[in-house]
Design a protein. Structure first.
Length: 133
């Protein structure tokens, strides 16, 4: 017999499931959460960047920055050009693609084409290029 874990009051108040770090429940599953993330990323103006955590907060998914990364990684070929994924970088101002160096180069090139500058340590200045939302 397996026992079902009951979420604590604190966990329930934060909108998280019993499993630590699990996304909030959604009537339509993760697809609807990803759509919220994509809609938020589409709001980032050309020439600006946002962190994964900032996108999560604006999308109503506080403390789910990793989900933003998963959602952007899951972009299909048909909608990759509709969502400006390149405008999302880590909170320190760096590009976060570790597993695919080519993707990191593409992301940097796309950002530079939008006028975003990198310093000599390959970092973007959030004070200058950060999305104010």
């Amino acid at each position: 017999m397996t026992s079902k874990k009951i979420p604590s009051r604190r966990t329930a108040e934060r909108g998280l499931s019993a499993k630590r770090g699990s996304p909030p429940e959604s009537a339509n599953g993760p697809e609807s959460l990803y759509k919220r993330i994509y809609a938020t990323v589409k709001k980032i103006p050309r020439g600006k960047v946002a962190s994964y955590g900032q996108v999560a907060r604006v999308a109503g998914l506080e403390r789910h920055a990793r989900m933003v990364g998963y959602a952007l990684h899951a972009l299909s070929e048909e909608n990759i050009h509709d969502v400006p994924w390149q405008r999302v970088i880590n909170a320190q101002g760096y590009i976060s693609i570790r597993s695919n160096p080519l993707a990191a180069k593409i992301q940097r090139k796309l950002l530079e084409q939008e006028g975003i500058e990198f310093n000599d340590k390959d970092k973007v200045d959030f004070k200058k290029f950060g999305w104010k939302k």
